[in-house]
Design a protein around this ligand. Structure first.
Ligand SMILES: Nc1ncnc2c1ncn2[C@@H]1O[C@H](COP(=O)(O)OP(=O)(O)OP(=O)(O)O)[C@@H](O)[C@H]1O
Length: 313
């Protein structure tokens, strides 16, 4: 995919996105709400043509060569449209009738752990069970390429882990997987590479390690009794910031910073209760993006309102 742009009327939802996914890879698209993940996926799946840019799947144009591409792909949509009166088995059977060489109904229900629900009507399934049925239908045609749009939304932790195992098995069998998710742990667990989308563009891409490299470690502690935040030492050149009543350091290397903090505390006779240390996480990166967007929004609003309103400041 090279320079993908996609607009809805006046609004440009995807603004020049480029990436390549290797065969057999699990690639996760992450991003804030409305970042353009589903739109990007829908172009890859051949539902929309790009407004600009080039997209190739198996070397084919997924919009122009839709039928050829779809035969080799599986799509798990965010909301599958089912007949509520049909049972799980009847639903799978009816989908199978359109696919040559489809997996057997029992096999596919076994894969997603829905054997016991085969005779249950769709209307009586829980949200997580419906997601599993969506997944069963997406893998019916033994796809080489599988698109999963927020596959574990609504699942309890156990069902989520079962789904992760299934996705890992499919990947081990050679399936290429493109995933969007809001669960950062899901991307951390499953993805070979991630791309983080923000406002229609890619803000960062690489392995989770690469995306987080250089973000440093985080040390947080309640400001010790009898101290002010201004009295806390600088660690590895970093001063603490106050967040939710805690002093928070972001340091290049956690271990030496921690040693220096302990030396300082011993010298002052201060107890370091409630100290927490952790590596940079995708969650921190997201919070930073959301923070940045918030600030940009506020600046944009101020900039736009001044000439229009003409109010004295
Ligand atoms: N059919 C449409 N018509 C007009 N605008 C749309 C349409 N579909 C999506 N958009 C807008 O395009 C932007 C990107 O939407 P998209 O669904 O691709 O984001 P997303 O990253 O998948 O978001 P989420 O995480 O909330 O599902 C949003 O601002 C959305 O409101």
């Amino acid at each position: 995919m090279d320079g993908l742009r996609r607009s809805y009327g006046e609004y440009e939802a995807v603004r020049g996105v480029s990436f390549t996914i290797a065969r057999g890879e699990l690639f996760a698209l992450l991003g804030t709400n409305g970042a353009g993940k589903t739109t990007t996926l829908e172009v890859l799946e051949g539902y929309h043509p790009p407004t600009a840019g080039t997209v190739r799947v198996f070397g084919l144009d997924p919009y122009a060569d839709g039928a050829k591409v779809r035969r080799r792909t599986g799509v798990m949509l965010q909301e599958g449209g089912f007949f509520k009166e049909l049972t799980v088995r009847e639903t799978v059977d009816s989908w199978r009738s359109f696919i040559s060489g489809a997996r057997a109904t029992a096999e596919v229900l076994g894969l997603v752990g829905l054997e016991a629900k085969a005779s249950t009507r769709i209307g009586q399934l829980s949200g997580g069970e419906r997601r599993r049925l969506d997944l069963a239908l997406a893998v019916l045609n033994r796809p080489e390429l599988l698109f999963l749009d927020e596959p574990t939304t609504g699942m309890d932790p156990e069902a989520r882990r079962t789904t992760w195992r299934l996705v890992q098995e499919l990947k081990a069998a050679g399936t290429t997987v493109v995933l969007t998710t809001h669960y950062l742990e899901e991307a951390q667990q499953l993805a070979d590479r991630v791309a983080i989308m923000d406002r229609g563009a890619i803000a960062a891409t690489g392995t989770v390690g690469e995306v987080l490299a250089g973000r440093g470690d985080r040390i947080a502690l309640p400001v010790p009794r009898g101290c002010t935040i201004g009295e806390l030492p600088s660690l590895e050149g970093a001063l603490p910031a106050l967040a939710d009543g805690r002093a928070v350091y972001t340091v290049p290397r956690g271990a030496p910073a921690l040693a220096a903090l302990h030396t300082w505390a011993a010298g002052r006779g201060v107890e370091l209760d409630g100290l927490e240390v952790r590596g940079g996480s995708l969650e921190d990166l997201f919070l930073d993006l959301a923070d940045r967007n918030d600030r940009t929004d506020r600046t944009d609003r101020t900039d736009r309102s001044r000439p229009k309103a003409g109010l004295p400041r």
